[in-house]
Design a protein around this ligand. Structure first.
Ligand code: GTP
Ligand code: MG
Length: 503
């Protein structure tokens, strides 16, 4: 089996599988069209040549002259739609189709798109430049794009009846064209000089022969590439039909989130970049705001705890009262003439009361009152909601430590009474206990305070959060749209490579 036949058979198997897939996803029309092409590739074997160029270059006149079909021509922009004329190829069932297109400088986007589609789908492109505009930027840009793509290409310099030999010998003019186009990789034998008027240099017949030769060489190949291109086109149409409603729905979801639907995946990418950037910025703003509130609240909380730690509640006098109370608890301590137990106990109680009263007063004046004032002032300044603010101030005012005889006597460690250093340690123990009790209550208020500050900040950032939600919805809709576009593109690529897409 020849290599060509083998590849034709393989291509047949590939597109039968793709047809089966199209059938299974509701694209029966496209499946049948693929099978029709596979059943009789010659019946549809058409070699398509698209003519393009600036308006009034003479495309329609040239296509008319080549095909013998009269197309509308004129000095103003004339051709509005892509239009095809057919020529049969001598000695073959194949056809040559010439596509006339609107000027590429058309300002109508719809024309432009139709023209570009026709150009990309054609088997061969002929760029037509009129005699006076050979080096027009649009022509050279198109030329560059198609050379890059490896498209079969011819370049026609038309209306050469306008050439005046007396100004410049034609050979010299032709050489300058050859040299410009050589920079773009265009060989001289694909450059033609034509006119529908009179000129001894007219290569209209040579252009016609070249086109026929291109078509015939394609057909001689069994037209495999040609057939493949048609199969790919139909399969892609099928893929597009399958994805259209999905892209449409994803586009509507974007329109709902963003106000309008993107016109292309590229536009969606740029919108997504913009929204993602906005979201990042808002999130940063939100996080910074929350962090600042948290830091501020924590600093206030620390200042309350520090106020307790630093409060002077046992100066020398107080410590002395504590010391003599503890010393009275020693077993050898006795008072009164008869050292009666009753008197001794009464003295111990008196000393305990003196110590407890003194330290209780100091706790009230130097610890609890300043702490309550500090809390009330910080809470007021923090501007948190009035109910919580009042609750915290009341809580601070109500902090109470009942330092009485019972409280101070419970701290005594009887086993330590023998030590001469113990009385001082005892007072330190009482102070530590009081501060521990104060810290426990203040820490609870401080937690409530921090939570209230964060809640206030959350409230203040309600607009930021709403904006974040909006940007995040937009990002999600755009991402979903792009995912669909990417899936469609993947499916296009797969059918172009003869593989069944997995959608
Ligand atoms: N002198 C001269 N005029 C020509 C030639 N070919 C076309 N024309 C004139 O150039 C003008 C434009 O020709 P068309 O064939 O309509 O040009 P086109 O490129 O199809 O133009 P659009 O369809 O508008 O893009 C018409 O007035 C034609 O008569 C030529 O070989 N020589
Ligand atoms: Mg025209």
């Amino acid at each position: 089996m020849s290599k060509t036949m083998e590849s034709t058979l393989e291509m047949g198997r590939q597109y039968e599988r793709i047809a089966a897939w199209l059938e299974s996803v509701g694209g029966g029309v496209y499946a049948r069209r693929l099978l029709d092409i596979l059943a009789d590739p010659a019946a549809e074997s058409t070699f398509t040549v698209a003519f393009c160029g600036l308006f009034s270059a003479g495309k329609s006149s040239l296509v008319s002259a080549l095909s013998g079909t009269r197309l509308k021509t004129g000095a103003n922009p004339t051709t509005a739609d892509v239009e095809g004329v057919h020529m049969s190829l001598p000695g073959s069932t194949g056809q040559l189709q010439l596509l006339d297109t609107p000027g590429i400088d058309s300002t109508d986007e719809r024309h432009k798109e139709a023209t570009m589609n026709a150009l990309y789908q054609a088997d061969c492109v002929v760029i037509v430049a009129d005699y006076q505009h050979v080096e027009a930027e649009e022509n050279l840009e198109l030329l560059h794009a198609f050379v890059e793509e490896g498209k079969r290409l011819a370049f026609v310099v038309h209306q050469i009846d306008k050439h005046l030999e007396s100004e410049l010998p034609f050979v010299q003019f032709a050489d300058s064209v050859y040299s410009v186009l050589a920079d773009y990789g265009i060989a001289e034998d694909t450059i033609f000089f034509t006119t529908v008027g009179q000129s001894p240099h007219n290569q209209l017949p040579a252009l016609r022969s070249w086109l026929v030769a291109q078509a015939e060489s394609e057909m001689a190949n069994g037209g495999v590439e040609n057939v493949r291109r048609r199969l790919v086109d139909v399969a892609k149409e099928g893929v597009a039909a399958y994805f259209d409603p999905l892209v449409q729905a994803a586009g509507e979801a974007v329109a709902k989130a963003c106000g309008s639907a993107p016109l292309s995946a590229d536009e969606a990418v740029s919108w997504l970049d913009r929204e993602a950037e906005k979201l990042r910025h808002l999130r940063e703003q939100y996080d910074t705001g929350m962090q600042a509130a948290r830091d501020q609240a924590q600093a206030t909380r620390e200042s309350w705890l520090r106020l307790i730690e630093l409060a002077q509640i046992a100066p020398y006098d107080t410590t002395e009262k504590g010391r003599i109370y503890v010393e009275s608890l020693r077993p050898e301590f006795k008072v009164g003439l008869f050292r009666s137990a009753q008197k001794t106990d009464a003295e111990r109680l008196r000393r305990a009361e003196a110590f407890a009263k003194d330290i209780a007063e100091r706790v009230h004046n130097y610890l609890l009152t300043p702490l309550a004032n500090q809390i009330a002032s910080d809470v007021r300044q923090a501007g948190i909601d009035p109910a919580t603010s009042a609750r915290l101030a009341d809580g601070a005012a109500a902090i109470h430590i009942d330092v009485d005889v019972e409280y101070v006597s419970r701290v005594v460690k009887p086993g330590a009474l023998v030590s001469s250093q113990y009385p001082y340690q005892y007072v330190k123990d009482v102070v530590a206990r009081i501060k521990r009790d104060a810290l426990a209550t203040a820490a609870d208020l401080a937690e409530q305070f921090v939570a209230a500050c964060l809640a206030k900040c959350e409230d203040e950032q309600a607009t930021t959060r709403a904006d974040m939600e909006l940007a995040s919805d937009r990002c999600a809709a755009l991402q979903a749209y792009l995912d669909i576009c990417a899936r469609e593109q993947r499916a296009f690529d797969l059918v172009a490579a003869g593989e069944v897409p997995s959608v």
